[in-house]
Design a protein around this ligand. Sequence first.
Ligand SMILES: [Zn+2]
Length: 78
Amino acid sequence: MEKILCYSCNKNKNKLNLRKSSLLPINLLVCETCIASKFEPRWVIILSGRQFGSEYVREYVIKKRYIGNEISASELLV
Ligand SMILES: [Zn+2]
């Protein structure tokens, strides 16, 4: 069986939920833990930052509402 990983934490979970991203008009498969923590996938935050400016994703970056390496300011620049 194909393994489906949480888009946000990249972990293999038994249950994933289809959730609309709060930053981009896309649907994401995310696990309960990430939903409870209001996490967005790291790449979604970076893409949104590049598209709409760093102010748009400020909350997510400051509160570190994502899994993975720290997002640097330079990553939010095109
Ligand atoms: Zn997750």
